[in-house]
Design a protein around this ligand. Structure first.
Ligand code: ARG
Length: 465
C-alpha cells in the first residue's frame, strides 16, 4: 500500500474510493500555497539540523531539492499535474523523487496540521501587503480626481434627498478616509497573521528540540504561537482577514452605488469612461455602469465567505478537524476579489468626468441653503429652534411661489423674521453656504484644501494614518 504521494498509507489495506479522493483532495486549490509551504519546509529542515535531528548535509540536500522545486514550478506549466491529495503531500513526494530517502525525513517533528497553518499564514501575509498597496493606489486615484475637480460643487444627500451643498472633493475625501481605515485594519490583522504555528505538531507540540524562534525568524514571522492546540486550530486570523475584506468591499460597494446614481440620467453629475462601461445587446443607446455594479455585487460574495468561515469554525472541537480545509477557497477568493475590485475601482475613478455645471446646478436650487438661512438668524440672536421654524415656513412659502429663498424680496423674507436684513442675500449664496462649514472636517473650500494637502502628504508617506 505505498503510494509515494500518499502520506498515510501504512495503516490502510484499501485505496481511497475515487469519490472520497475527489471530495477530500485539496490540491486543485491549495497548490496556491506551494511557495509558502516550500519556504517553510526549508526553514523546518534547518530547524531539524540545528536540533541535531538530521545532519547538516541532509538538511542541505533537502533545501537544495526544495529550491530546485521552486525553479521547476516557475518554468514548467505542467509541473503541478494532478493526483496529489494536497500541496503538502505533493511537495514531500516530489522531494523524495528528487533526493531519495533523505526526503523521507522532512516530516520529522512536523504534521500537516501545523504545516498548513504556517503556509497559509505566510501566504496571507504577502496578500495583505499586496492589498494594502492596492488600497493606497485607489486612494491616490481618488485624490488625483478630487484635486482635478477641486472647485466642483454638488448636492450632498441625506435619505437620498438633497440636503446641503458640498464640494465634490469633499465627497472624494470621505471615501479616502474609509479606505485609510480599511488599510489600517488589514495592517492590524497582519500582526496576528504573522505568528508561526510550526512546532505545534499535530496538536500536542513537537517531540524534537527544535528552536522555534529561529525557524520563525528565518520565515520573517514576528513571533511563535504559545499553545500547540491553539496553533493548529486557530483560524481567527483568516476570519479577521475576511472581515477586513468584507468591510473594504462594503466601502467599495457604497462608492459604486453613489457613482451609479450620479452617472444616471436622473442625476447626471458624472460621466463614466467608455472603457469601463458596457453597452446593451438590444438597446443601442445604453451605456451601463457594469464595473460599478460588479463592485457592488462582489461585496456580497466576500461577506458570504466571512460568514461561511465563522459558521465552519463555530462548532469545531479542539484541535484540528478537516472542516478547516474549507478555509482556503474562501480566503483565496476574498483576497482575489478584493484585489481585482480595488483595481477596477481605481480605473473607474481615473476615467470619470464630472459634469461640473450640472452638479452645480443641482446644488444651487431646491432650498439647500435653508440651514444657512437658519444659521444666519442664529447669528442675529434668534434661538436655533425658532430660526428652524421660521425658515421652514419661508421654504413652504417659496415652494408655493415656485421660487428660491434668495429670490424672495426682503419684505417677503421679513414675514418670517424681523431679524432679516439686506445682507441675507450674501449669506444665502452657494459660496457663502459652502464657506460657512468651516469647522475642521467640514466642506468649506479652505478646509477641503487642507484635507487634500494632508491626504497627499500621507500618501507620500509623510503623515502616518
Ligand atoms: N489539506 C489540509 C487542510 O487544508 C491539510 C491538513 C491535513 N491534516 C490532516 N490531519 N488531514 O487543512
Amino acid at each position: 500500500m505505498s503510494d509515494p504521494a500518499q502520506l498515510w498509507g501504512g495503516r490502510f489495506t484499501e485505496r481511497p474510493h475515487e469519490t472520497f479522493a475527489e471530495f477530500n483532495d485539496s490540491f486543485r486549490f491549495d497548490r496556491r500555497l506551494f511557495t509558502a509551504d516550500v519556504r517553510s519546509s526549508m526553514a523546518h529542515a534547518n530547524g531539524l539540523a540545528n536540533a541535531g535531528v538530521i545532519t547538516r548535509a541532509e538538511a542541505d540536500a533537502m533545501i537544495g531539492g526544495l529550491s530546485q522545486m521552486l525553479i521547476d514550478a516557475e518554468n514548467d506549466h505542467e509541473y503541478f499535474g494532478s493526483g496529489s491529495e494536497d500541496v503538502h503531500s505533493f511537495i514531500e513526494s516530489k522531494l523524495v523523487g528528487a533526493i531519495g530517502d533523505t526526503g523521507r525525513k522532512l516530516q520529522t517533528g512536523r504534521s500537516r496540521n501545523d504545516q498548513v497553518a504556517t503556509a497559509f499564514r505566510l501566504w496571507l501575509r504577502g496578500e495583505i501587503d499586496m492589498i494594502g498597496s492596492l488600497i493606497r493606489e485607489l486612494q491616490a486615484a481618488i485624490l488625483d480626481t478630487a484635486i482635478g475637480y477641486a472647485d466642483a460643487v454638488m448636492p450632498g444627500y441625506t435619505h437620498l434627498q438633497r440636503a446641503q451643498p458640498i464640494l465634490f472633493a469633499h465627497w472624494c475625501l470621505a471615501y479616502y478616509e474609509m479606505l485609510g481605515r480599511d488599510r489600517e485594519r488589514l495592517a492590524d490583522c497582519r500582526r496576528r497573521v504573522n505568528v508561526m504555528p510550526l512546532g505545534s505538531g499535530a496538536l500536542a507540540g513537537t517531540g524534537y528540540d527544535i528552536d522555534r524562534g529561529s525557524v520563525a525568524a528565518e520565515l520573517g514571522f514576528e513571533t511563535i504561537s504559545a499553545n500547540s492546540l491553539d496553533g493548529v486550530s486557530d483560524r481567527d486570523f483568516a476570519v479577521e482577514f475576511a472581515s477586513g475584506c468584507s468591510l473594504l468591499m462594503v466601502h467599495l460597494s457604497r462608492l459604486a452605488e453613489d457613482l451609479i446614481l450620479y452617472c444616471s440620467q436622473e442625476f447626471g453629475f458624472i460621466t463614466l469612461g467608455d472603457s469601463v462601461s458596457s453597452g446593451s445587446s438590444l438597446m443601442p443607446q445604453k451605456k451601463n455602469p457594469d464595473a460599478l455594479e460588479l463592485l457592488r455585487g462582489k461585496a456580497g460574495r466576500v461577506i458570504g465567505h466571512n460568514v461561511a468561515l465563522l459558521t465552519t469554525i463555530k462548532g469545531l472541537p479542539l484541535a484540528y478537524n478537516k472542516d478547516l480545509q474549507e478555509d482556503k477557497e474562501a480566503i483565496f477568493d476574498c483576497a482575489d476579489t478584493a484585489a481585482i475590485s480595488l483595481k477596477a475601482a481605481a480605473i473607474v475613478i481615473e476615467n470619470l468626468v464630472v459634469n461640473v455645471d450640472a452638479a452645480r446646478e443641482a446644488a444651487t436650487g431646491g432650498y439647500l441653503n435653508a440651514t444657512e438661512f437658519a444659521d444666519y438668524l442664529v447669528r442675529r440672536g434668534v434661538p436655533f429652534r425658532t430660526a428652524h421654524e421660521a425658515v421652514g415656513r419661508a421654504v413652504l412659502y417659496a415652494l408655493e411661489a415656485k421660487r428660491e429663498l434668495g429670490d424672495l424680496s426682503l419684505e417677503e423674507l421679513r414675514q418670517f423674521s424681523d431679524k432679516v436684513d439686506e445682507d441675507v442675500y450674501g449669506a444665502l449664496t452657494l459660496e457663502a453656504t459652502l464657506a460657512s462649514k468651516s469647522a475642521v472636517g467640514g466642506t468649506a473650500p479652505v478646509r477641503v484644501a487642507e484635507a487634500l494637502a494632508a491626504a497627499r502628504a500621507e500618501l507620500a508617506g509623510k503623515g502616518e494614518k
